[in-house]
Design a protein. Structure first.
Ligand SMILES: Cc1cc2nc3c(=O)[nH]c(=O)nc-3n(C[C@H](O)[C@H](O)[C@H](O)COP(=O)(O)O)c2cc1C
Length: 322
């Protein structure tokens, strides 16, 4: 399970950094993998409204946003932390939010859903110096539409007023405890899932399809990852094509090594899909199950479809009692 935290303030060690780290530390204490992104450390250009995402389905601006698209796709839960800047988010965070238009296009123009979309959730923690009733109205609307674009159910926000100087948030009577409580409440259900790792050699084809189907059909019961003993640089484009025929969007997923998948995560079950490499079979103490499926790489599109359908049936059948 991946919790992705976006820290939206430019102030180093400011109030937003504190609230994000409280949420993240609570998650880590629950054994959850956490990735914190300080948005101001990233190179993210603003959207230039070139129209490419609506015509072709991707953003052509080659900057750090490309890796963030992949992180959104992998994440089970996304937290945004933001200070109020003129009743909105800081410009650096807003640039990232506007660039989510590429994901909006994949959903609403191309009718595609990434595999985690059904189960992903999002939450915001916002704070500002003043005490007006409407202080968080703008940010709340932005968050609502942003989380919809990245495919996450928006769970709402915690907002803290009269937080101005560095460290003010620590003097708030309830904030830190409330944030810890929310983290525990929102994240606990994810930790109860069985952990399943799908592996094949290059993590570009069969293991990716199994991962995607398991997340789509069983994402509330299974914490799934896929990996390869010798990962390719990208997913087989034929996989992206045949999965898109099912409405499943693989575009921003990337192959990863077995070592990376297991860095902070111990599976309960490993499923190998036609991989005889010892690095796949002897990677942890978890039981290993072999699904012998012919490698469709380099074969016809119709054969890729056949393997896709076999994997879909196998995933549904194998985990139906979970
Ligand atoms: C450019 C700028 C605009 C701001 N606009 C608002 C605002 O509209 N409403 C408000 O309550 N506070 C506003 N503030 C105050 C910050 O939200 C506040 O100091 C907050 O605690 C900063 O959080 P940080 O420590 O995480 O950066 C603004 C601050 C800056 C620098």
């Amino acid at each position: 399970m991946l919790l992705l935290c976006i820290q939206g303030s430019p102030r180093k060690d400011g109030n937003t950094a504190t609230v994000v780290s409280v949420f993240a530390e609570e998650a880590k204490s629950m054994g959850i993998e956490v990735e914190v992104i300080n948005i101001c450390d990233k190179n993210i250009s603003p959207c230039v409204e070139c129209g490419t995402c609506e015509e072709k389905g991707f953003c052509p601006i080659n900057d750090d946003m490309q890796e963030i698209y992949t992180l959104f796709t992998k994440a089970d839960f996304v937290l945004i932390g933001t200070p109020m800047f003129f009743y909105s988010t800081p410009a650096q965070l807003k640039a990232m939010i506007d660039r989510a238009q590429a994901l909006w296009s994949r959903k609403y123009v191309f009718n595609l859903s990434d595999p985690g979309r059904l189960w992903r959730k999002g939450f915001m923690i916002a704070l500002g110096a003043t005490k007006g009733k409407n202080l968080f109205e703008g940010a709340n609307l932005i968050a609502k539409y942003f989380f919809d674009a990245i495919g996450a159910e928006y769970l709402g926000f915690l907002g803290y007023r009269k937080i101005e100087k560095k460290g003010d948030i620590n003097k708030h009577p309830k904030a830190i405890d409330e944030i810890r409580e929310k983290a525990e409440k929102f994240l606990a259900p994810y930790t109860k899932r069985q952990k399943v790792l799908f592996v094949c050699t290059d993590n570009a084809c069969r293991s990716q399809m199994a991962y995607a189907f398991a997340r789509v059909y069983l994402g509330n019961k299974l914490d799934v990852k896929s990996a390869g003993s010798n990962p390719a640089s990208k997913i087989d484009p034929m996989v992206t094509e045949v999965m898109a025929e099912k409405g499943i969007d693989m575009f921003y997923l990337r192959p990863q090594s077995v070592e990376k998948a297991l860095a902070n995560w111990i599976p309960d079950l490993i499923v190998t899909l036609g991989c005889d490499d010892n690095r796949c079979l002897n990677i942890s103490s978890a039981p290993v199950e072999r699904w012998d499926l012919e490698d469709p790489t380099g074969k016809s599109l119709s054969f890729m479809r056949q393997i896709r359908d076999e994997i879909e049936i196998k995933v549904k059948e194998r985990f139906k009692s979970y």
